[in-house]
Design a binder for this molecule. Sequence first.
Ligand SMILES: *Cc1c(COP(=O)(O)O)cnc(C)c1O
Length: 217
Amino acid sequence: MGLAEIKDRVETEAKRVGRAPESVTLIAVSKVQPNERVEAVLEEGQRVFGENKVQEAAGKWPAFKDRFDGVELHLIGPLQTNKARQAMELFDVIHTVDRPKLAKTIARLAEELGHCPRLFIQVNTGEEPQKAGVLPAEADAFIQECRDLGLSIEGLMCIPPAEEEPSLHFALLKKIADRNQIAGLSMGMSGDFETAIAQGATHVRVGSAIFGERDYS
Ligand SMILES: *Cc1c(COP(=O)(O)O)cnc(C)c1O
């Protein structure tokens, strides 16, 4: 695999289902990967990256941003309110807005900082207790609450349960997005990004299929 093959597969699947390839943004998920691998993918021209921890991203991305123009960073992991300021200074997009306290903090900081990252709301489509995200039944009310706070919601994001068929989760996310007039859909990872594209994903988050397996040891 690798970047070129994954870009090719994204484009092929988009065309196959009658979508413009540019309507799908490939987020290269660089968490845990050694800097040499990330640098190689930057050298190949990739500019959109995803990280799931604020601290880890803060340790490596400022230096990469100095060396490579046009980097766009997406936070795809849970965000604690006490890290919101740092996240808003570092990330261009946050995919994991999932509770009122965080939404209120982001709204307050946006005013103070004079800018706000693009925002996605994470939905816990599998209703898994260990997973972040607003429950599907509470999504409409939470979206409204965010809008009432003045936040512009670009999309919804989900991580389907590992053992389940992802299609049902992708379909549910799209349904919630459609009825709330939300255009962005962050869904699909290494194992299922083509399925997600067929179901309307605007952002796919692909890590190991681009960089190789993550080594947590
Ligand atoms: C790690 C991660 C990914 C990428 O997973 P791969 O299976 O390596 O593609 C995507 N989304 C989120 C939220 C992640 O934490």
